[in-house]
Design a protein. Structure first.
Length: 128
């Protein structure tokens, strides 16, 4: 008997103050599309015919507080890493789509750069 879950779908859900706006940001950033949605939950899914192993959901909540990274009273609890061919080429695209480059950049070798999405969630662009 297996002790592992047999998942049919994996969703990375982000709390936010405006589900549609944050979903639109990630759809533009990744070239994905808006999937099924309700008033307070919007899915962002890979384009048809592609697989990513997961999709993103944006959940609108009352009294949302953005994480304060690297220190602060509202700690980061999760973040996403997006591996790209070139951070230098991807950074302007991320910023043009609404990302903000974080003032704290802990990578000594330039292998990742920290940004925040419009709701304040940290994410990284990484290259190997």
């Amino acid at each position: 008997m297996s002790t592992s879950l047999k998942t049919q779908q994996v969703v990375f859900a982000l709390d936010c103050p405006d589900a549609r706006a944050l979903a639109d940001f990630y759809a533009r950033l990744l070239g994905w599309q808006i999937g099924p949605a309700s008033e307070d939950w919007v899915n962002v899914v890979p384009p048809e015919g592609t697989t990513a192993g997961f999709h993103i959901a944006c959940q609108q909540i009352d009294d949302y507080r953005a994480p304060e990274w690297p220190t602060g009273s509202t700690p980061q609890q999760a973040h996403m890493d997006f591996t790209v061919e070139s951070i230098a080429e991807s950074e302007p695209l991320a910023i043009a789509n609404g990302a903000i480059k974080h003032t704290v950049q802990p990578s000594d070798d330039g292998q990742f750069a920290v940004f925040t999405d419009p709701a304040g969630h940290p994410f990284c662009l990484c290259q190997h």
